[in-house]
Design a binder for this molecule. Structure first.
Ligand code: SAM
Length: 435
């Protein structure tokens, strides 16, 4: 159980600030805590918490936060890992209504955890954290007072699924945000994206009790389950897709539409792509058909169906950014810029054409050569182009890239990127240079 009183005490927070300033190592910290009179359990709790301090500061505060950068939040390792970071939180702040008045301004942060989804909700809205775990609520109260100000941090110990049906006299709300927990039950398949608590079906049912809201789902959540009247937003950065956000009711300003948004570190929109929900639902349905024998889920995770035709390998190979793969929007985007854009294998998210595709939607590579995937063929190809330094990218082929590079032992002056992927379903090695 989290020792809230201990970790939020001035004595402990002053100690941590001093230890960080003096760059004390673990032994020095433990000795100093012992000297200061903390018992074994307290020392362990303080040291575990200390390791999280730089992580939560990086996740929630930035250079523009001035003195707030040095503040303390209350969390444990899991709550911090599960929380929504400031870049995504700030971006989402624009989705809330700006014309609220005192009779319509309450938000339930359902499954609130340590509070990441509340921190950046506009101050015109009153936010109430709802969770079934008392220690998460303690984190929520403490953290929201730090970030949103003294009056913030109201909580309800209640079930997200029913709180707005039964909250008569407590705290009924107009809007909601929900971030379901990923269920962790021994023996169950942890990679099953539908394994959420509450389930998405329950989220849709609870949404009927609010004017509008948003639900955070894992990026690969099956889009076929999203109701047609919702709006879908894929959020991430240059390198990743971090969440699939479903907007309900008054917050779904573009029902039936899909957006993929590349978010900058201060929550600004760096790039934006639009599509239609019914189109990507059709595409993600087809995705499920691309399980190849022996490739299990790693194959499927790296794929995304699109409307592009399959053809020969052209001069350029383009890798769509994670956001465009997850949102199934890369096919549209490729065709908008290059009418000859096509795939080299069904269900593999590499696009090929005779010209590079626009950045940041795609990373482009100029094809140098290709071979079958066998030790001799790949070594000969690398030797012919004098390649000694390799980056190995896999899509549709399952092996350990570091072990493979060690095994091939490339020797040469040049560097290149080697793709192990599929051409019309068969394995192929493609040698290319990043442009
Ligand atoms: C992924 S975490 C939320 C993280 C949070 N959005 C953040 O940014 O810090 C999920 C939370 O859901 C809570 N939870 C799970 N089922 C719940 C339910 N039926 N009602 C309320 N809370 C629930 C868990 O206790 C956990 O704190």
């Amino acid at each position: 159980m989290l020792d809230v009183e201990l970790l939020t005490s001035a004595k402990v927070q002053d100690f941590i600030a001093m230890a960080h300033k003096r760059k004390m190592d673990a032994l020095q910290v433990s000795t100093a805590l012992n000297k200061a009179g903390f018992n074994n359990d307290e020392r362990a709790a303080i040291m575990d918490y200390m390791a999280l301090v730089p992580k939560f500061r990086e996740k929630f505060f930035g250079a523009t936060d001035g003195p707030n950068c040095d503040r303390f939040l209350l969390c444990d390792k899991l709550a911090l890992e599960q929380s929504t970071a400031k870049d995504i939180g700030r971006w989402k702040s624009q989705l809330w209504p700006s014309d609220c008045n005192s009779t319509c301004n309450k938000v339930h942060d359902l499954c609130c955890g340590m509070g990441g989804d509340s921190f950046f909700i506009p101050s015109s809205l009153e936010v109430i954290g709802v969770d079934l775990d008392e220690s998460r609520l303690a984190m929520y109260r403490y953290n929201n007072r730090i970030i949103r100000g003294e009056g913030a941090g109201k909580t309800l110990l209640a079930d997200a699924r029913t709180v707005n049906e039964t909250s008569e006299g407590t705290c009924p709300a107009d809007f909601f945000t929900i971030d379901p927990a990923r269920r962790a039950v021994d023996g169950e398949n942890q990679r099953d994206l539908r394994n959420l608590t509450p389930t998405f079906e329950e989220v849709c049912a609870l949404a009927a009790h609010y004017k509008g809201g948003m639900a955070k789902l894992p990026p690969g959540y099956p889009t076929v389950e999203i109701p047609a009247k919702c709006e879908l937003v894929y959020l991430g950065s240059h390198a990743d897709c971090r969440e699939c956000l479903v907007l309900f009711g008054d917050l779904a300003k573009n029902p039936g539409k899909v957006r993929a948004v590349m978010v900058g570190k201060d929550g600004e929109t760096k790039a934006l792509w639009w599509g239609d929900l019914d189109q990507i639902q059709a595409a993600s349905n087809k995705d499920a058909e691309h399980d190849l024998p022996g490739c299990e889920r790693s194959f499927r995770n790296a794929t995304s169906e699109s409307d592009l035709p399959v053809g020969e390998l052209s001069q350029y190979l383009a890798e769509p950014t994670a956001l465009l793969i997850r949102s199934h929007l890369f096919g549209n985007e490729a065709l908008n810029s290059a009418p000859d854009a096509h795939l080299i294998s069904e269900g593999i998210a590499y696009v090929t054409c005779e010209s590079p595709l626009p950045s940041p939607a795609f990373a482009n590579f100029k094809v140098i050569d290709h071979s079958e995937i066998s030790t001799a063929a790949v070594r000969n190809m690398l030797k012919a182009h004098d390649i000694g330094k390799l980056t190995l990218k896999l899509r549709g082929v399952k092996l350990d890239p570091d072990a493979e590079i060690k095994r091939i032992k490339p020797k040469g002056k040049n560097s290149a990127v080697l793709f192990y992927t599929r051409f019309k379903g068969e394995k192929i090695a493609i040698l290319a240079e990043r442009i």
